[in-house]
Design a protein around this ligand. Structure first.
Ligand code: HEC
Ligand code: HEC
Length: 397
């Protein structure tokens, strides 16, 4: 076997290994949704409205989202190179950090820390990367409008891999294995133009991450059973989760923001999580939008492979910076929560129970005056809080 073939094989093996390990570790964890209650199978009398709401949280897995701004998307060779890059510490300036240092495959691609190690700017929690291709805006603050631009920033950030565009381009050209990977992925040698080279590297990283998908959960089996009218099968969904689901759809009004198959409308909100950070405040979406609009790597720029025809660019063209964006953060997905504590943009809530208490005992004064009027203090009983937590756990496998 020649050297190039060996490199590619090793990259593929590592990729398969990481995905296999992630799947295994998720499987190995006890299913917390089942077995927490001894109640016999039964089905709550969900109304027609509730049933329609429940069905709207599926199906799962969703349609894969395409991204015309990235021509590497869906290309097997680019995915394989991206997979090996994701674990490659040579991408960082000091050669010690890879994407996987923080986005760890056996932790649903996050790190279990409140805020990421070494992050100086934002003091933010590392998000998991399962289903990451589903987002229209990326980052807690929506500072990116594509998966590839969100993959470029960590390479160049001070608090992360601390590269420069010329430094990283030079490293790819001078490291035979990386140069060979580039050729394999893009069908040509690394170009002389530094920025093109580094953007393409980020596009290969994105092509890989777009393959990361969360598995089906107990909720999905329940949802499909309801959709097909199979009451006997739907009744296998634990009663506590059914009661929690009813709170989620009803008095909790959770589904207003945590909508659709991903349990997020993909937009931004303020739910009263304090946004103080050492030495100031985290402006959230307000600064994210400023960064997005100033970035040469947004969809309106020259690195968008679809050019002016990109439908996704319309969204970026029409965003408007408004004061209400201050302190807003992206509505997170609720899938795989059982594996992604701690929660919120600053990792300030350690458990699912703590999140439920946050909403139950909501400090309404903390919400912006012009903020979310959807939310109000729920004052849940202990049983209701436990039911809501059981429902949230049933979204994980
Ligand atoms: C030091 C830890 C760390 C490293 C290393 C790191 N990340 Fe991240 N990553 C984070 C944090 C923290 C965020 C949240 C940033 C924010 O929203 O301000 C994030 C956000 C992201 C997002 C946005 C996810 C979403 O749901 O919107 C993507 C994509 C991503 N990282 C990919 C990468 C890639 C690719 C690499 C390697 C090139 C990488 N990250 C390296 C900590 C890290
Ligand atoms: C007004 C929109 C909105 C409503 C309504 C809402 N949420 Fe959220 N939710 C958010 C936002 C925004 C965040 C992230 C806030 C932050 O990080 O500062 C969040 C965070 C969360 C998280 C943490 C996820 C993570 O990965 O960190 C959970 C769990 C959650 N919400 C559950 C619920 C439940 C349960 C309800 C109903 C009781 C609810 N949400 C109602 C917008 C909303």
């Amino acid at each position: 076997m020649n050297r190039l073939a060996q490199v590619v094989r090793a990259a593929r093996a590592r990729w398969a290994l990481s995905i296999g390990a992630a799947a295994l570790s998720l499987l190995a964890l006890p299913s917390m949704a089942a077995g927490t209650t001894a109640e016999p199978p039964a089905l709550l009398d969900f109304s027609a409205t509730e049933r329609a709401q429940i069905v709207a949280h599926g199906p799962w897995p969703p349609q894969p989202r395409t991204d015309a701004s990235n021509r590497a998307m869906g290309q097997a060779a680019a995915q394989a190179w991206g997979a090996s890059l994701f674990f490659d510490t040579r991408l960082s300036a000091n050669q010690q950090l890879s994407c996987a240092s923080c986005h760890q495959p056996n932790r649903a691609f996050q790190d279990g820390l409140a805020t990421a190690v070494g992050r100086t700017a934002g003091q933010r929690n590392t998000p998991g990367l399962l289903d990451v291709a589903q987002w229209r805006w990326l980052g807690w603050d929506g500072a990116h409008d594509s998966l590839w631009s969100a993959s470029l920033t960590p390479l160049l950030s001070d608090g992360e891999m601390q590269q420069t565009v010329p430094g990283l381009a030079e490293r790819v050209r001078r490291t035979p294995e990386l140069a060979a990977g580039y050729r394999e992925a893009f069908g040509q040698s690394p170009p002389a133009d530094n920025t093109t080279l580094v953007v393409n590297l980020a596009k290969a990283l994105a092509a890989y991450q777009a393959t990361l998908a969360s598995p089906r959960s107990a909720f999905d089996a329940f949802r499909d059973a309801l959709a097909s009218g199979n009451s006997a099968r739907a009744a296998r969904y634990p009663m506590a989760a059914q009661r929690g689901l009813r709170i989620f759809l009803g008095e909790g009004r959770c589904t207003v923001c945590h909508a659709g198959p991903l349990f997020s409308n993909g937009e931004f909100g303020d739910i009263g999580v304090p946004f103080f950070v050492p030495g100031g405040v985290d402006p959230g979406r307000y600064r994210g939008l400023q960064q997005l609009l100033a970035s040469p790597y947004n969809r309106l720029g020259t690195f968008n492979d679809a050019g002016a025809t990109d439908a996704g660019a319309v969204g970026t063209r029409h965003v408007i910076l408004e004061p209400r964006h201050f302190g807003e953060f992206r509505v997170p997905s609720l899938r795989q929560l059982a594996h992604t504590a701690p929660f919120m943009h600053n990792g300030s809530l350690p458990s699912i129970e703590a999140v439920v208490q946050h909403y139950s005992q909501l400090n309404e004064d903390r919400l912006h005056a012009d903020g979310e009027r959807i939310l109000r203090r729920l004052n849940l009983s202990d049983e209701q809080a436990a039911d809501l937590a059981a429902f949230l756990r049933s979204l994980s496998e």
